[in-house]
Ligand binder design. Sequence first.
Ligand code: UD1
Ligand code: CA
Length: 477
Amino acid sequence: MADRLPAVLVLAAGEGTRMRSKALPKVLHGFAGRSLLGHVVAAASGLDADNTVVVVGHRRDEVTAHLTGIAPSATPVVQAEQHGTGHAVRLALEAVPADAGGTVVVLPGDTPLLTGATLAALVAEHESAGAAATLLTSVVDDPTGYGRVIRGADGAVARVVEHKDATDDERQVAEIATSVYAFDHALLRDAVGRLSTDNAQGEEYLPDVIGILAGAGHRIAAVIAPAAETAGVNDRVQLAAAHRLYNTRLLEAHMRSGVTVVDPLTTWVDVDVRIEPDVTLWPSVELSDCRIGEGAEIGPQTSLTRTEVGPRSRLTRTVAIEACVGADVTTGPYAYLRPGTVLADGVHVGTYVELKKADVGEGTKIPHLSYVGDATIGEHTNIGAATVFVNYDGVEKHHTVIGNHVRGGADNMFVAPVEVGDGAYTAAGSIITQDVPPGAMAVARAPQRNVRGWVARKRPGTAAAEAAARAADDKKD
Ligand code: UD1
Ligand code: CA
């Protein structure tokens, strides 16, 4: 980049009433793992400006705290009362060295679809044209509400007129100002000092800078960007539409790098997802902050959060949060991997199985209807159907250790803390409260007692009694 970029200014002081949100300020709403503001700051980061200045106003404590989290080097500037976008820029420039020269880029805080490439193209055009200001514009189907770009007979941009101040003729113009600009720093400083509030909204309009500079004979350039990239998010309808577009963009990038996405309409990924080639995503999959290894198959109906999946593993109808899954693992249908679940290579977790803080060794199977909490399980062990790791005594959680090559019977309770040695067996229906030595068979259940003739005595005349009588007769024959 030829010129230095002393600052990117992000305008995020507005109220965002149309979001109708009590929980969050508008720019902290978001999608795909980033806030609206986070998306804008990420797009701007490629410009590598000396300062990122974010103008905050409404709910500024929350916005500032968030900004500290996502971009600690950014500078928040308070605009206590919102007297317009020009006023916001005037305040923001107070945080930028006045004599820094170069190009200043201005962005609204609510345009999450803007790309770094478009911003770079804006700055490149600005510099190669030697312009005082360069606008990013879009041609839209319905320009209602936007500032219109008014060009002179020679096609050069002369000024921007806000919808509320525009004549009927001006309102016919379909090219709109997107609130994204590159300015000559010194000329911008001068021009924002000369803005009036003599307009329909009684505000200092940043777009008026264009008319001021053009009127003084300076060159104004423009770059036209697709409307889909410059759309602002003002309400939750636009939020959903922007999310959909952004998701499509992410999925297309994954598909181009070798990921099969069977149903893009029901597949949602966020920016922090890394997917290796030859992964298949089946319908209804959500991935946030995940890493998926080569050849894995995810879905259908699977949601993974902060989870790592090794190569060739197949997760079907699985929900996982903060889990680490090795290679060649199978889970589901209907598996729930909660935080701290670590599955080594070749593990099988079957239907209706829930795990939490469970470290499961290579090749071990937990096939059916079980809860495994706070446990270490060795390699090539089989946990019987309907087993519960009883980890909670009502006050504290306790740990269970199961060795290698253990054969757990069906319907076991492992009452923690308890340890089962390598190669041990446990009988079906056992409640294991004491440690089992390696190689032992643990039987922990009441011996069976058959009360002969009970049905004939206690339930005479029932179908059961008749069936029993017939069985007795058959035996006699
Ligand atoms: C603005 C532009 C309009 C453009 C449109 C594109 C002005 C006067 N109008 O209109 O030309 O077509 O964006 O979406 O600039 N903000 C502040 N402080 C303020 C006022 C606004 O920080 O005092 C911030 C808002 O939080 C928002 C951005 O500036 O992020 C734009 O403000 P908004 O009120 O949404 O302007 P529009 O009416 O959409
Ligand atoms: Ca807006």
